[in-house]
Design a protein around this ligand. Structure first.
Ligand code: ZN
Length: 528
C-alpha cells in the first residue's frame, strides 16, 4: 500500500527570515520562491502583510505578477483575532485577507499558562478566539491551517485543554492543525507519543508538525511526528531560522521520501534537491556546511584509501543512497592517506590508457604526498592537481619564464591605487616588459602577469579571477605557512588553483601562474 502524501510547508521566507544575520530583499524572496516552486513543495509561507512593509510589498508584487505556481501555493501567516472585537473589525485579519492567498496560516495559543498570563483571558475565551477566527476566514472563502504555538508545553501542562484548542480550530473549519515545538525543547519519543494521541483524539482533521532545532532534534522530531500520523511538515531549506534554526527540509524531504516511501515532492524533482538547497544558501548568503546531509559538498566524498577502493568496487559500501538521486555528486579526495586508485583516476583524465603499475603513477602519488606535507591541499584545487600530473607525465612545457618581478606598495593617498607591479617575462626568446597598478599587491600582480602573457596568448583575455582565499597554516611556532586558493573563470569553465609558501605574495603568485597555465595547458592538450 502506498504511504500517504506528506505535505511540505516551507517557511524559509517567514520563520527562516528571522535568522540572525539574514535579511531578504523582495527580489531575494522571489528568487527563493522560484526555487521552492521548482522543487515542488505544497505551500510557501511568506509572512504577514500586516506586520511589516517588506512583506506587504512582496504580496503586492506577487499579486501583480501572479507567477505560475504549478502545484505550489503561497500562504500568508498571522495571529488569531484580538479578544473583545468581531473578526470583521480586526485589522490583522483584514491584512491577512488582503494578501489574497487561498490558504491562510493562523497561529494561536493552546497552553493554559499563556492564555492566563499573556492573553489574559479565560480558557473558554481563547477557544472562542480560535474558532471564530477560523470560521470567519472560512466564510471569506479561505482554507485555514492552524499553528498551535508551544503545543508540547501546552500538552504537558493540560492535555485536555491543548486538544480542545485544536478541536476549536477543527470546529471552525480548519484543514490542518499543526503541533509546534516552538522552543525546540521536546525529544522525539515525546513528540511521537503526543502526536499519536492527538491523531487519535481528533479524527477528521489533518495533523501537522513544526519543529525548532534548539535541542538538535528538529529533523528527528518532524519524522517522529510523521511516523505517528502527521501528514504535514513545516520547515525551512537548510534549516535556517531563529536561534538554532528550524527543521531542515533538505534533510527531511529525502529522508521521508527515499527512506520511508512517503511522497513530499514529485519523484522527478528529487534530483533538484542539491541545486535548490545550494541556490537558497547562496541567496541567503550562508555557507552550507560541507557535511550537510544529502546536499553538502562532502556528503558523498571519499577520502580514506580503503573507502575509495570500496566505493569503486561497489558504491553501496560507503554510500547510503545514489548521490545523483538528490542531485549531488560522488567525489574522490586525494590526501595523504588516499590510495593509488584515486590518483589513477585523475591521471586517466589526462592519459586514459595508463596502466595501474606505470612508474608515473607512483611518482605522482609521491609528489602529491610531499606537497600535502608542505601544506598543499588539492581537494579544492583540481586545476593545480591536473597541472602537477601533466608535469609528472612530461606533458608540460613552461609557457613563460619569469625574468624579473618587482612589487611596490604605496599608501592609499596616492590616487586610488595602493600597489604597483613591474614584470619582465620571456616567451620563446621574446621579452615582454610591462607594469600594472592594482588594489593591493595581489591584484597588481594578477594584472601585470595577465597583461604580459596576453601579448603571447590572447585567449587569456577572457580569464578572470573570481575568488581569492587565504588561509594561515600554523605548522610551526616560528614560521607560519600561507595557503592561497584562487578561483578563475573564462566565462565557460571555472577552475581552482593553489599556492603555498611562507610568503603570502609568493603563495599568491604560484596560484596565479597555475591559473593561467592551466587554461593554456587544457587548450594545448585538448582537455575540457
Ligand atoms: Zn517557528
Amino acid at each position: 500500500m502506498a504511504k500517504p502524501v506528506v505535505e511540505i510547508l516551507d517557511t524559509t521566507l517567514r520563520d527562516g527570515a528571522q535568522m540572525e544575520g539574514v535579511s531578504f530583499s523582495v527580489n531575494d524572496k522571489f528568487q527563493i520562491l522560484d526555487n521552492l516552486v521548482t522543487i515542488g513543495v505544497r505551500y510557501i509561507e511568506a509572512g504577514n502583510p500586516g506586520s511589516n512593509p517588506k512583506d506587504r510589498e512582496f504580496f503586492t508584487k506577487f499579486n501583480e505578477k501572479r507567477p505560475v505556481m504549478d502545484q505550489t501555493e503561497l500562504v500568508a501567516f498571522g495571529p488569531t483575532k484580538r479578544k473583545g472585537i468581531k473578526p470583521e473589525d480586526d485589522t490583522g485579519l483584514a491584512d491577512l485577507l488582503s494578501a489574497q492567498t487561498s490558504t491562510i496560516v493562523i497561529f494561536g495559543k493552546t497552553w493554559d499558562l499563556e492564555v492566563r498570563d499573556i492573553l489574559r483571558c479565560t480558557n473558554e475565551e481563547n477557544k472562542a478566539l480560535i474558532r471564530e477566527t477560523t470560521e470567519y476566514l472560512r466564510s471569506q472563502g479561505r482554507d485555514v491551517i492552524f499553528d498551535a504555538e508551544h503545543f508540547f508545553e501546552a500538552y504537558r501542562a493540560n492535555p485536555d485543554y491543548a486538544v480542545a484548542c485544536l478541536k476549536a480550530a477543527q470546529d471552525g473549519g480548519a484543514l490542518c492543525a499543526v503541533l509546534c515545538d516552538t522552543n525546540g525543547a521536546t525529544m522525539p519519543d515525546e513528540v511521537g507519543a503526543v502526536t499519536a494521541a492527538v491523531v487519535q483524539a481528533l479524527p477528521g482533521i489533518q495533523i501537522g508538525i513544526h519543529c525548532h532545532n534548539d535541542s538538535g532534534m528538529a529533523v528527528a522530531n518532524s519524522q517522529a511526528a510523521v511516523l505517528a500520523g502527521a501528514t504535514h511538515v513545516q520547515g525551512t531549506f537548510n534549516g535556517i531560522g531563529e536561534r538554532c534554526g528550524n527543521a531542515n527540509l533538505s534533510t527531511i524531504i529525502p529522508n521521508l521520501q527515499l527512506k520511508y516511501g512517503h511522497s513530499c515532492i514529485p519523484d522527478d524533482r528529487m534530483e533538484l534537491l542539491t541545486p535548490v538547497a545550494r541556490t537558497i544558501a547562496e541567496i541567503t548568503n550562508i555557507q552550507l556546511p560541507n557535511g550537510e546531509p544529502y546536499v553538502g559538498s562532502s556528503a558523498f566524498s571519499h577520502k580514506a584509501g580503503m573507502h575509495v577502493d570500496g566505493v569503486k568496487k561497489n558504491p553501496k559500501t560507503f554510500e547510503h543512497i545514489e548521490p545523483t538521486s538528490v542531485g549531488n555528486a560522488r567525489r574522490f579526495l586525494l590526501s595523504e592517506i588516499s590510495g593509488r586508485s584515486a590518483v589513477l583516476d585523475i591521471i586517466r583524465r589526462i592519459k586514459p590508457d595508463i596502466s595501474r603499475d606505470a612508474p608515473e603513477v607512483a611518482r605522482v602519488l609521491h609528489t602529491m604526498k610531499d606537497l600535502e606535507h608542505q601544506g598543499y591541499h588539492f581537494e579544492g584545487a583540481e586545476a593545480s592537481q591536473e597541472l602537477l600530473v601533466c608535469k609528472e607525465l612530461g606533458l608540460y612545457q613552461p609557457f613563460f619564464t619569469l625574468e624579473k618581478l618587482r612589487i611596490t606598495i604605496e599608501q592609499p593617498q596616492v590616487g586610488a591605487f595602493s600597489a604597483f607591479t613591474y614584470i619582465k617575462i620571456l616567451v620563446d626568446g621574446v621579452e615582454e616588459v610591462t607594469a600594472a597598478e592594482g588594489e593591493g599587491p595581489v591584484n597588481a600582480m594578477d594584472r601585470a602577469l595577465k597583461k604580459a602573457m596576453e601579448v603571447f596568448y590572447p585567449e587569456l583575455t577572457q580569464v578572470r579571477l573570481t575568488d581569492f582565499k587565504v588561509r594561515v597554516l600554523n605548522q610551526e611556532a616560528t614560521a607560519s605557512t600561507v595557503r592561497t586558493l584562487i578561483e578563475s573563470t573564462d566565462g565557460i569553465r571555472t577552475w581552482h588553483t593553489i599556492g603555498v609558501s611562507t610568503d603570502i605574495l609568493e603563495a599568491s603568485w604560484l596560484a596565479l601562474v597555475d591559473s593561467l597555465e592551466y587554461k593554456l595547458m587544457c587548450q594545448q592538450l585538448g582537455l575540457t
